[in-house]
Design a protein around this ligand. Structure first.
Ligand SMILES: C[S@@+](CC[C@H](N)C(=O)[O-])C[C@H]1O[C@@H](n2cnc3c(N)ncnc32)[C@H](O)[C@@H]1O
Length: 255
């Protein structure tokens, strides 16, 4: 599959997908948006200060940027928390594309940036497990296949990074069935974040039983979305009207 490398405005690379006709990240700053949406607004950076172990599930491994940002944060801050990072990718990039990606303005450690081509080079269909970094308790569980086929037993996660392409081009990952499946991997305090602010996607979360709130978006975007199975976890954010959104979704108002 064809992807072209571009440099975003914060110096980090992104790809353009011909298949989905979309950039993998915000052209105003790939790394900046990821850090804001998935690590800061979600509370993950804060949780890493206190937790002994954490589990993350990402939808769409893409360039691996989120995984590498996590590794860099753990290493730079000497955090010994044990982290299991699950991710799902149906259309993995090739080793050559991975070698051309440049995140060095945000990820300075060569052990971390150099791991990417090796990960893509050794990827097999189905579940792959990597422990690429010598001094980190960080395990990558990368499912090479469609999210629809992802079926791990006994998976419960603390954070969900919903990082698919937008609902217009990647609709299957924004349906209520998707968010119900994600609810099945969640506990009461699990936090789901996404850059997406589309009403239909938010309504699909509500139908699947998530409480949903909005936060200011990254890099001048008006909004992003944050969801949890617990109302308490969203107390610092502006909640949406879940029953109204569910009703409208089920009536077909967003079709
Ligand atoms: C926006 S990109 C992800 C960006 C990524 N998190 C990163 O940091 O580079 C969305 C990814 O989802 C993948 N994808 C799209 N539909 C999928 C599906 N049904 N199952 C699994 N992966 C899918 C795409 O191939 C793409 O890599």
């Amino acid at each position: 599959m064809s992807q072209h490398i571009h440099t975003t405005k914060d110096g980090s690379s992104t790809l353009f997908s011909e298949k989905f006709d979309q950039y993998y990240h915000n052209p105003n700053g790939a790394a900046s948006e990821s850090l804001y949406v998935f690590f800061e607004q979600s509370g993950l950076f804060k949780s890493l200060e206190k937790a002994d172990s954490l589990t993350v599930l990402e939808i769409g491994f893409g360039t691996g940027l989120n995984f590498l940002l996590l590794a860099e944060h753990l290493k730079q801050n000497h955090i010994l928390t044990s982290v299991d990072f699950y991710s799902v990718e149906a259309f993995p990039i090739g080793k050559e594309t991975a070698s051309g990606i440049n995140f060095t303005d945000h990820i300075s450690d060569p052990e971390i940036t150099d791991s990417l081509p090796q990960i893509f080079d050794s990827l097999k269909p189905g579940m792959n497990t990597f422990q690429p970094f010598e001094h980190l308790e960080l395990t990558l569980h990368l499912f090479n296949g469609f999210f629809e086929e992802f079926n791990p037993s006994n998976l419960t996660v603390d954070f969900i990074f919903h990082d698919a392409f937008s609902p217009e081009v990647n609709a299957e990952l924004w349906k209520d069935e998707t968010f119900s499946k994600l609810a099945g991997y969640s506990h009461e305090n699990t936090i789901l974040t996404t850059y997406c602010a589309a009403s239909k996607a938010r309504a699909a979360m509500c139908v699947a039983g998530w409480y949903v709130a909005k936060a200011r978006g990254a890099l001048g975007k008006r909004e992003m979305t944050i969801a949890s199975r617990s109302e308490k976890k969203l107390k610092d954010f502006k909640r949406l009207n879940e029953s109204r959104l569910s009703e409208r979704y089920l009536k077909g108002d967003f079709d």
